[in-house]
Design a protein around this ligand. Structure first.
Ligand code: GUN
Length: 291
């Protein structure tokens, strides 16, 4: 029987621990604070940011939100980041990606104080992660590690295949898998848009992480019998429904379920973990900054 992994349940367990840590910090007169910044009118980005703010509210983290018109010059965003860097009540800063084309993404990421970079995207934090000395593990790949741990799925010595090489998921995921220690020690392959004969590679995976952003690109035939399949994709596909779209992953769930031993659904799989790990990083930031 294939197990459908309940990401909400795993995230709830982590959130309960984070909430307890928030209370301990508050007892010591430290109120953890997270600032989100949105410079976009993309509906999905708006939804993600409001989910992050709601999670703050639920866990006792002080959430603040900055919205910048996407037509404004980049300098407006940079000035706001500078203000947040200098605000001691803000321990974590998250600029929702993507930013508009006229704003250089790398400059944004480098502008955020690395001690407040709870996404873990600043080059200093990327370097620390690669060096095996992470300060903030990027939320989605860290969430995938939490799923595997909660499900008792060992990574050591296993073949892990990551499909997708984004800075947000694919690259840090692969880096975590190759690190020493729990959740690492995996033999790791990264596949991407230029990979030849993708199916041969994905069929080698004991643990397959799909993070390419292509709707249902992985089907059951591309999966080794008994593999664990983690679907990071969240793709809006147009439908005739009232909402006008439905969310589908990078994995064709129905056929994948026939081959995999465990699989995350979309929605309700990795998504809740991304938010829980952001809250975790925010508490860690507050702790580091008050220590
Ligand atoms: N856009 C999609 N995922 C993420 C994320 O984890 N963090 C930020 N800042 N932007 C995103």
């Amino acid at each position: 029987m294939t197990r459908t992994i309940d990401g909400n349940e795993i995230a709830d367990g982590i959130s309960a621990d984070v909430k307890a840590s928030v209370e301990t910090l508050r007892d010591a007169d430290v109120q953890p604070g997270l600032a989100t910044v949105l410079m976009s009118d993309d509906g999905a980005s708006e939804t993600y940011v409001s989910m992050k703010q709601r999670a703050c509210e639920e866990l006792g983290i002080e959430g603040s939100h900055v919205e910048i018109d996407p037509d404004e010059p980049a300098a407006v965003l940079f000035d706001r980041i500078d203000e947040l860097n200098g605000d001691p009540s803000v321990h974590g800063i998250l600029v929702q990606m993507p930013v508009p084309d006229h704003v250089d993404k790398r400059t944004v990421l480098e502008r955020i104080d690395p001690t407040k970079d709870v996404d873990g995207f600043h080059p200093e934090n990327v370097g620390r992660l690669v060096a095996g000395n992470a300060r903030y593990k990027p939320c989605t790949p860290h969430g995938v590690q939490q799923i595997l741990a909660a499900e008792g799925i060992e990574t050591e010595g296993k073949d892990a295949v990551v499909v997708g090489r984004s800075d947000i998921v694919g690259k840090p995921m692969a880096n975590l898998f190759v690190q020493y220690g729990d959740g690492g020690n995996a033999t790791t392959t990264v596949c991407h848009s230029r990979t030849e004969d993708l199916a041969t590679k994905t069929r080698q995976a004991d643990i397959l992480v799909a993070a390419a952003g292509v709707p249902e690109m992985i089907d059951g035939e591309m999966i080794k019998a008994g593999a664990t399949v983690i679907d990071v994709g969240v793709n809006r596909v147009d439908t005739d429904t009232d909402k006008g779209y439905e969310l589908v992953g990078d994995v064709e769930f129905e056929s994948a379920k026939e081959t995999a031993s465990a699989i995350t659904p979309v929605p309700g799989g990795v998504g809740p973990l991304t938010i829980a790990m952001l809250m975790y990083n925010t508490v860690k930031a507050a702790s580091l900054q008050s220590g």
